[in-house]
Design a protein around this ligand. Structure first.
Ligand code: KAL
Length: 258
């Protein structure tokens, strides 16, 4: 069993700022000694990510690259660069989702074809698209995680089109786990409880969801980026060597309450 990740390399996709769950995961992996490759969505996040990474204790060994996951060419290009620069990778934290604001309020029935497909494209298909390019670099086996949410399993007010995208992501995790298990590549998801991130900003009802956690979750509180980071460490490391195709709820037990 290996708790030290100093000879491992992970790709962390989707840091927007220091509140990002992806950043909580990155800090945990950095502390364990891993080498990290960060990918960001567009120019507006570049400086943020580079500044944050430069503050990590092991900043020197990490890399920061752009990757717009709506483009197959960009994904191929990013992973080609990763292959050239580091060779083998041992895992990925895919922390990427998007739905237009209009899709995140009122009735799900108002979803537009374009909004629905865009959410599926960025939030669900991107995991498969990334794994197509990452697979040839994972020659020593590995572990991949993505972030999902309860709204893909149950109806959560306002989550709407994103809920359907998360259901698709959850199913993708199971099919990808089945495809890649023979190569000792594991694929799992963390279903985090609500955390105040940039994604959550400006979408209706977020405070009510936080309050419901404090009132009804068995732990009677919300969870932190660090707690998701610790569970991500479990899933990305050898500690979870027998776990794949799983959705791990890091939500203070909220999803168990009827
Ligand atoms: C029920 C909850 C309340 C909030 C409802 C919907 C949340 C949807 C998440 C989705 C990823 C948010 C967006 O895509 C927002 C986007 O339209 C505007 N924001 C951006 O473009 C910013 C700048 C970038 C960084 O955001 C993204 N995503 O690229 C759900 C809560 C309780 C739990 C949450 C927040 C779940 C989740 O999926 O994030």
């Amino acid at each position: 069993m290996q708790l030290d990740l100093s000879n491992k390399t992970y790709v962390v996709m989707g840091v927007a700022n220091k509140r990002s769950i992806a950043w909580g995961i990155a800090e945990t992996l950095d502390q364990a000694g891993a080498r990290l490759i960060f990918t960001y969505a567009g120019e507006r996040f570049e400086k943020n990510v580079k500044d944050l990474v430069s503050e990590l204790p092991s900043a020197d060994k990490h890399l920061v690259l752009p990757c717009n996951v709506s483009s197959d060419e960009e994904i191929a290009d990013t992973f080609a660069q990763i292959g050239e620069k580091v060779g083998v990778i041992h895992g990925i934290a895919h922390c990427i989702a998007f739905a237009e604001k209009a899709e995140l309020e009122g009735e799900f029935l108002n979803a537009t074809r374009e909004g629905f497909l865009n959410a599926q494209n960025i939030s669900a298909y991107s995991l498969t698209a990334v794994l197509k390019e990452a697979r040839p670099l994972m020659t020593e086996g590995g572990s991949v995680i993505t972030l999902t949410y309860l709204g893909g399993e149950k109806v959560v007010k306002n989550y709407n089109t994103m809920g359907v995208a998360k259901a698709s992501l959850d199913a993708s995790v199971r099919y990808l786990a089945n495809d890649l298990g023979k190569e000792n590549i594991r694929v799992n998801a963390i279903s985090a409880g609500p955390i105040r991130t940039l994604s959550a900003k400006g979408v209706g009802g977020f405070n009510d969801v936080l309050q419901a956690m404090e009132d009804h979750a068995p732990l009677k509180r919300t969870v932190t980026q660090e707690e998701v980071g610790k569970s991500a460490f479990f899933l990305l490391s050898d500690l979870s060597s027998g776990v794949t195709g799983e959705i791990l709820h890091v939500d203070g037990g909220y999803s168990t309450i009827g």
